[in-house]
Ligand binder design. Structure first.
Ligand code: UDP
Length: 474
């Protein structure tokens, strides 16, 4: 490598589900644009996990990674939400990031620093070195449009958004009720709100935003974002998705799930998972279990121990209890015995499960990676959002694209077992389920197209490469 080879630095935020798409983005980028090198500079909260290490194994030789000295939970203020923890971890890592950049810049041609949305504070250091700041937005274009619009809402509205009578009209998006907006913005007086506002304002300062979505999935919002680009001062937007992991990056052996799926009829199994850290209350875990049984349909459930306080208790910390201990008495044996279901603790090889021919539906928390993975494999959804921007994704999937069913929640905030049973059965057996499956298939075909040689997402990536190449010459 000579010193003129353009190098992109990528700064992810802590958490596997933000790292995976960034690594996949880097892999796709260097495979199409050979002249670039990529260096990941990785802030970590606690010691790096084995999963993280395995993600960096077997990437292309032109991609390397530097893990920054770990930040410890004790160094952060107590009882802060996960999203704030993530951002503070990056803030606490800035001086070590500065040191790494100083040494890299003396040996290579750094053209851009791409930060994950929650790591955008890293742009402060990029600016010190005159490295062009870009954002990787790891969620939908609708989520991006909301973030860009949010500072305006903050200025013009005084009530909490959940109290708004009229649906909110985010540029290019279907109208959405204020209570379906991302969790951190629900309480204007909270630290989470303030930190989300800072992030949103920072987006406007980037030289460009790469978004993990694609034209056919979100045409109106992507057009609106690109029309505004320049006009209202939005940075240029590059829709390069869907970028998903190719295979499981987990160190957990998932062969039991796949073997079990091999013995099930085509499209007969609903896969149940709430992402890398989503948690349900004890009562909700019970209702879900009994509802799955009641549905009479086959299921594969990556079950996590319940948490009555937090919907994302497994996100940044490891839960030690055996989740199977919290299921209704006899449930595991009964459902396994009659060949109806398989329950695995904590983790399933999701991408392999979704690509398996026996999988006919996905009950998901609507995390964006899970959504795109389902889209890429044409699997219709049951939308069960928990936290972050997941309710917004659920609205888009159910009311916009119409590729998901959403179970009703009772006045205590629970989805009752009868409702679980109904919605699972409907997805796999009803005519509406069939229509949903067909629409999902159309989006799957479009997703394959946009990633082909002259597809819109491939072209967006080429535009980005051209811009970065010209920066090198500037
Ligand atoms: N995942 C997995 N097995 C599991 C749960 C999650 O492989 O049992 C992967 C999943 O394939 C996806 C990521 O973890 O790539 C979850 O990301 P998502 O954005 O859906 O949700 P988050 O974890 O951020 O809430």
């Amino acid at each position: 490598m000579d010193h003129k080879t353009p190098r992109i630095v990528i700064v992810p935020s802590p958490g596997i589900s933000h790292l995976i798409p960034l690594v996949e983005f880097a892999k796709r980028f260097v495979s199409l644009h050979h002249e670039f090198y990529v260096t990941f500079i990785v802030p970590t909260l606690g010691p790096p996990s084995n999963t993280m290490k395995s993600i960096f194994e077997a990437v292309a030789p032109t991609i390397d990674s530097i893990v920054l000295p770990q930040v410890n939970l004790e160094d952060l203020p107590p009882h802060i939400p996960a999203a704030v923890q993530i951002q503070l971890t990056v803030t606490h890592s800035l001086s070590s990031l500065r040191n790494v950049l100083k040494s890299l810049i003396s040996t290579s041609n750094l053209v851009a620093l791409v930060a994950d949305l929650f790591a955008s504070i890293a742009h402060d250091v990029a600016n010190e070195f005159y490295i062009s700041p870009f954002i990787f937005f790891p969620s939908s274009a609708m989520g991006l449009s909301f973030c860009l619009y949010f500072p305006k809402m903050d200025e013009t509205l005084t009530c909490n958004f959940g109290e708004l009578q009229e649906p909110v009209k985010i540029p290019g998006c279907i109208p959405i009720h204020g209570s379906d907006l991302p969790n951190p913005v629900q309480d204007r007086s909270s630290e989470a709100y303030k930190s989300f506002l800072r992030l949103s304002k920072r987006l406007h300062l980037a030289d460009g935003i790469v978004v993990n979505s694609f034209m056919d999935m979100e045409p109106d919002v992507i057009k609106a974002l690109q029309e505004e680009d320049g006009g209202t001062g939005n940075p240029p937007i590059y829709p390069v998705g869907p970028i998903i992991q190719n295979g499981s990056s987990s160190v957990v052996d998932g062969s039991e799930c796949l073997k079990w799926l091999d013995n099930q009829p085509p499209k007969s199994v609903v896969y149940v998972s709430f992402g890398s850290g989503g948690t349900l209350s004890f009562d909700q875990v019970n209702e879900l279990a009994l509802g799955l049984e009641l549905s009479g349909q086959r299921f594969l459930w990556a079950v996590r121990a319940p948490d009555n306080k937090s919907a994302n208790a497994g996100y940044l910390s490891v839960q030690n209890e055996d989740p199977l201990n919290f299921l209704p008495l006899g449930f595991v044996e009964r459902t396994k015995g009659k060949g109806q279901g398989l329950v695995v603790p904590n983790w399933a090889p999701q991408v392999e499960v979704l690509s398996h021919n026996s999988t006919g539906g996905f009950l998901t928390h609507c995390g964006w990676n899970s959504t795109l993975e389902s889209v890429m494999h044409g699997v219709p959804l049951i939308a069960w959002p928990l936290f972050a921007e997941q309710k917004m994704n659920a609205v888009m999937l159910c009311d916009g694209l119409k590729v998901a069913l959403r179970p009703k929640v009772n006045e205590k905030g629970l989805v009752e077992k009868e409702e679980v049973g109904k919605v699972v059965k409907d997805l796999l057996e009803s005519e509406e389920g069939e229509r949903i499956r067909n629409r999902m298939k159309d989006i799957k075909d479009a997703a394959t197209n946009v990633l082909s040689e002259n597809g819109s997402s491939t072209n967006a990536l080429s535009e980005l490469a051209l811009r970065w190449k010209n920066m090198r010459l500037a």
